[in-house]
Write a protein that binds this ligand. Structure first.
Ligand SMILES: Nc1ncnc2c1ncn2[C@@H]1O[C@H](COP(=O)(O)OP(=O)(O)OP(=O)(O)O)[C@@H](O)[C@H]1O
Length: 277
């Protein structure tokens, strides 16, 4: 597997802070992987994102993006490879219409008008928002707004998309649609996805989860392995996934297969149990 981001021995302390926000952190992220970074409030997620995007500079250690070590000169080029989708879709809109909004990032890149029209249409089609092109972004639902924000990011053709708590303000339906869309785009567009969240339930579609605690990586594994930590997750201020909690309670009375079961698998098992009763 080819690395797209390689972080080595990273340290960062905010000016005047007593404790380091990031401590000796090393992490490799691979091309086309979907990695979730989870951690409670204050664990260092936002600081790590800011370091990757070059908004703050590490005290020591290195970050390599697509083969290039980040420094004052290379950061501008590295940034063109990264798109960020933030938590609050309302804070991301600058245009009066959906298409103006998607155009914003492209105008910043100095893309010629004709090319831009094509890029906007393509990006809106990818997120299935073409019919909303002329609409005022403020008239859309939360999930639709995040899809437009994703289109804005995709139009700039990034290699890496960072989702910074981007589904935490959505209702369950909006969240599911956005996460499924991201899953589909990852494979179609050859993107690397890094989703940052304090909510473990949001990580199910990702391929790997890194647990951050006190500025350090304390666990790194496949979603099933991390969910199997069960109530141990509470040590890091994370809630045990709902199905895993339910399965541990049910195991006292009924026989269920070993390991983590997601919602669908649990439903199937319960269905089997009840139909045999
Ligand atoms: N501007 C700042 N100045 C000083 N300390 C800060 C600043 N921003 C964050 N910190 C501290 O750095 C540590 C890591 O914070 P960070 O915001 O990266 O965590 P987080 O996991 O993103 O939390 P949240 O989920 O609340 O956004 C915390 O101890 C926090 O108090």
């Amino acid at each position: 597997m080819e690395k797209i981001i390689s972080i080595k021995d990273l340290n960062y302390t905010y000016p005047e802070a007593k404790r380091s926000a990031i401590k000796n952190l090393s992490l490799d992220i691979y091309k086309n992987e979907w990695l979730s970074i989870v951690g409670k409030n204050g664990s260092g997620k936002s600081t790590l994102t800011k370091l990757i995007d070059g908004l703050i500079e590490a005290d020591s250690g290195t970050i390599e993006i697509d083969g290039q070590i980040i420094d004052e000169k290379s950061i501008w080029d590295a940034r063109t490879k990264i798109g960020i989708i933030f938590q609050n879709p309302d804070h991301q809109f600058v245009g009066a219409t959906v298409e103006d909004d998607v155009a914003f990032g492209l105008e910043n890149q100095g893309m010629p008008r004709e090319e831009m029209v094509k890029a906007i249409d393509e990006a809106l089609a990818l997120v299935k928002m073409s019919d909303f092109k002329k609409r005022d972004p403020q008239s859309l639902s939360g999930g639709q707004k995040q899809r437009v924000a994703i289109a804005g990011v995709l139009a700039t053709k990034p290699q890496i998309v960072i989702m910074d708590e981007s589904t935490s303000m959505l209702d369950p339906d909006g969240r599911r649609t956005v996460l499924n869309l991201v899953k589909q785009l990852r494979s179609q567009q050859d993107l690397t996805i890094i989703s940052i969240t304090h909510d473990i339930e949001e990580t199910e579609l990702s391929q790997r989860i890194v647990v951050l605690n006190d500025g350090q990586i304390v666990r790194d594994g496949k979603p099933e392995d991390i969910y199997n930590l069960g109530s141990d997750l509470e040590k890091f201020g994370l809630e045990e996934p709902f199905t895993s909690e339910l399965v541990s309670t049910l195991r006292d009375t009924v026989k269920l297969p070993k390991g983590y079961l997601n919602e669908e698998e649990l439903k199937e098992q319960l269905w089997k149990l009840f139909s045999n009763m």
